[in-house]
Design a binder for this molecule. Structure first.
Ligand code: HEC
Length: 724
């Protein structure tokens, strides 16, 4: 698992799985902020949507990345990072019109900012930018946003026959149903009831829809689940019974639909239902895939009465019934279809190749061997291989299918990826991989790479440096010792300007966003180096004034401070911290987990929710360390929390029980986390006051004090003063 950014960088030196033919990874563009889906244009350019609304074009030949517009969406913001309001909403998916080369149209699926609904819209690009006036709102799907709802889905893809498929999640709170089926029928439990959405034939949530776009909207094609006009049903539905159908794909030859289905959290089978499984599903024809009544290979859930906490009738997968009071559709549902691939947290008996650990299944393209293509990422014997990927496990899997599209063999294809988010087959037969970035939210290290067969020719490496207004190559090397040519580009809005070739360039007057050098080796492999010229969105900054200090402050002394800014944050949000930096040794800019603890945290998937310095779903480890610093019962409390999970100390999001974590590993992690605050102190929630420096903790005197002020959504202030 690779969640932290150190590992993210290391993963560039990629390790393909031993069993698979190696693939070479060329990183083409970086710096994306929570990228969600990628689409490939006929001319080879890529279009990427980001969760908070930006749409970007990528030129894979020059590494140029251009913001072509921003769609206003409802999305979680870093200034409100603990909000429980529809955390997964945002700009979720993009597909280009099959006639994109001519009409420059694309389809986007997003959470509307003006109404509580997801929206499918068509937009047109004019002069390289999204024309906001071109928006054609095609479809709106009302959603709930309160009470910790999850699961948006949001993948948008065209089939080879021009049908448009969109996946939509169940819009349900999964936290209050013991990790089994959220079918809470009590009156005030709307958001905990997937009978109203995924199980409802008259609602588009928890579905994959299939429509035929027209000039002014869309038509219903034949072959969907319910014939048009069937009472209590929606004709757009192709697949029902989905929980969180996240990324989808359509076989270019057979039109078979594939999707990854993110399953519930239950770790063990209980009398309320089977343990949770993720699924990769296959629909050759329209169907009901069971949620929230059936999971995996048609394992049924009983109907639980949440008011009485009693267990009722077991679902019959051949005819699931939905008697939920919020169901507005059919009471007897179409027969449930089993998954193609299913796996729990633990190692799967049926699909051991999936490994074990966190789950987040996604479906990628089907590979067909084609000697007319520039690249074949697999061999002739692998013709008809489904590629799937796992956001949590950081892997791509290959599943060889037989002539009837049944699973023959499932293996790891590639690993050590940083939250793979989308995978597409490019026109030349290579794969295009979108990686989300190391954290759960607020990444700026998402990336786009090309995966192609390893022909032994590694991409060249290049670094560049700036001097006044000229830029030059610092270092350029081809691992095979071949000849390198360097070409320079300037990004100017939605286009780029070629500056010429050579080792040094001077940039003209103008308003440019980036200078980029592209190194090409004699076999055509490319490497990129970039320097931003203007940071487009500056955060407001904080200032920090220190009170008069007599001499150099030492351990245990007090320092007065005042935080200021042109736009003051709420005082309650301000954190002032001090850190002692010893005179000798290496200072890495802040505390870090030692290697052994980092290994355990990585293997236990803690880093998906916590990093040392940034809170993601849970608090940052440094925040935890400072909170419990010097508290006698900290260890007992944290041991208990890791074992059983819990909520309410840091917010309303619960920490799941870390059942797989060995007690001795838990203790090692707790010690390492608590040790992060060594040499540090903190004061919270005040703009002006005093802070006590750490008492002597055995460090060598004569170093420096770093004093910092932070608030969410602000660039922090940091200052250093010499220590006694
Ligand atoms: C799915 C997200 C998630 C994962 C995975 C996760 N945590 Fe947490 N963690 C949380 C949340 C949310 C909280 C805050 C709970 C609260 O407010 O009481 C938390 C709180 C904590 C705390 C502070 C507890 C307290 O009561 O102050 C520690 C320590 C911690 N986690 C360690 C870990 C470790 C170690 C792992 C891996 C073995 C881990 N977490 C995995 C979400 C997660």
């Amino acid at each position: 698992m690779t969640f932290n950014s150190t590992l993210a960088t290391l993963s560039l030196a990629l390790a393909a799985s031993a069993a698979a033919a190696p693939l070479l990874k060329e990183t083409l563009a970086t710096g994306f902020r929570d990228p969600m889906e990628i689409a490939i244009a006929p001319d080879g350019d890529f279009y990427v949507v980001e969760r908070e609304g930006r749409v970007l074009r990528v030129n894979p030949n020059t590494g140029g990345t251009f913001v072509i517009g921003e769609i206003a969406v409802q999305a979680l913001k870093s200034t409100d990072s603990k909000s429980n309001y529809a955390r997964e909403d945002g700009l979720l998916g993009i597909a280009l019109d099959p006639d994109f080369a001519k009409n420059q149209r694309f389809f986007a699926f997003y959470s509307a900012p003006d109404v509580s609904a997801h929206r499918l819209s068509r937009f047109t690009i004019k002069n390289g930018k999204i024309d906001p006036a071109s928006e054609l709102k095609m479809l709106e799907i009302p959603t709930e946003r309160e009470n910790r709802v999850c699961h948006d889905g949001g993948s948008v893809k065209f089939g080879p026959d021009g049908m448009l498929y969109v996946s939509i999640g169940d819009n349900t709170n999964p936290f209050e149903s013991s990790g089994v089926a959220p079918i809470d029928d009590r009156a005030d439990r709307t958001e905990r009831d997937a009978q109203r959405s995924a199980g409802n034939t008259n609602d588009l949530r928890g579905k994959i829809i299939r429509i035929k776009p027209t000039e002014s909207g869309y038509e219903i094609p034949p072959g969907n689940l319910f014939p048009k006009g069937t009472e209590g049903t929606r004709p757009e539905i192709y697949v029902m019974g989905c929980r969180n159908p996240f990324r989808i794909s359509i076989d270019p030859k057979t039109k078979t639909l594939y999707w990854g289905e993110v399953g519930p959290d239950g770790r063990d089978d209980t009398d309320k239902g089977p343990r949770g499984h993720d699924e990769v599903n296959q629909a050759k024809v329209a169907g009901n895939f069971g949620w929230p009544f059936v999971i995996a290979d048609n394992k049924p859930y009983p109907i639980v009465d949440f008011a009485a906490n009693t267990i009722g009738k077991m679902t019959n997968p051949a005819a699931p019934e939905n008697h939920g009071q919020r169901n507005t559709g059919l009471k007897i549902l179409p027969p449930a279809q089993p998954a193609l691939i299913w796996y729990p947290y633990a190692k799967s008996d049926e699909f051991p190749g999936m490994g074990e650990g966190g789950r987040n299944a996604m479906a990628g393209p089907v590979f067909y061997y084609d000697p007319s293509k520039k690249y074949n990422i697999l061999g002739k014997e692998d013709d008809r291989t489904l590629l799937t990927y796992e956001w949590m496990r950081g892997k791509i899997f290959k599943t060889k299918l037989d002539a009837n599209e049944k699973v023959e063999k499932l293996e790891v294809f590639m690993e050590k990826l940083v939250h793979p988010m989308d995978l597409e087959m490019d026109n030349d037969g290579s794969l295009v991989l979108l990686e989300y970035g190391s954290d759960w939210y607020f990444n700026n290290n998402g990336s786009v790479s090309r995966l192609r067969p390893d022909d032994g020719n590694k991409p060249p490496t290049i670094t560049i440096k700036a001097a006044a207004n000229s830029y030059s190559v610092d270092n350029a090397a081809d691992p095979e010792g071949g000849k390198i040519t360097v070409t320079w580009y300037l990004t100017e809005g939605v286009t780029e300007r070629k500056l010429g070739a050579g080792s040094t360039v001077t940039i003209p007057e103008g308003n440019f966003q980036e200078i980029r050098a592209v190194a090409t080796d004699d076999k055509g492999s490319v490497g990129f180096a970039r320097i931003p010229l203007a940071s487009s969105e500056e955060l407001p900054t904080l200032g920090l004034e220190l009170g008069k200090i007599k001499g150099k402050p030492g351990f245990g002394d007090t320092v007065n401070f005042k935080v200021n800014s042109d736009r003051m944050p709420d005082a309650g949000q301000i954190k002032v911290r001090t850190r002692y930096i010893p005179p000798t040794g290496h200072d890495s800019g802040g505390p870090e987990l030692p290697e052994e603890a980092m290994k355990i945290a990585t293997a236990s998937q803690c880093l998906a929710c916590h990093q040392v310095n940034s809170g993601i779903v849970g608090p940052s480890y440094l925040d935890v360390a400072l909170r419990y610093s010097g508290k006698a019962d900290a260890r007992t409390h944290l041991r208990e929390k890791l074992k059983n999970g819990g909520v309410g100390v840091w917010g309303e999001v619960p920490m799941p029980a870390q059942a797989a974590l060995k007690p001795e590993d838990a203790d090692k992690l707790i010690e390492a986390i608590l040790a992060l605050s060594a040499g540090m102190t903190e004061t919270r929630g005040t703009q002006k006051g005093s802070i006590r420096l750490t008492p002597d903790f055995g460090a060598e005197p004569g170093g420096a004090w770093e004093i910092s002020a932070e608030a969410p959504g602000y660039a922090p202030a940091k200052t250093r003063i010499p220590a006694k």
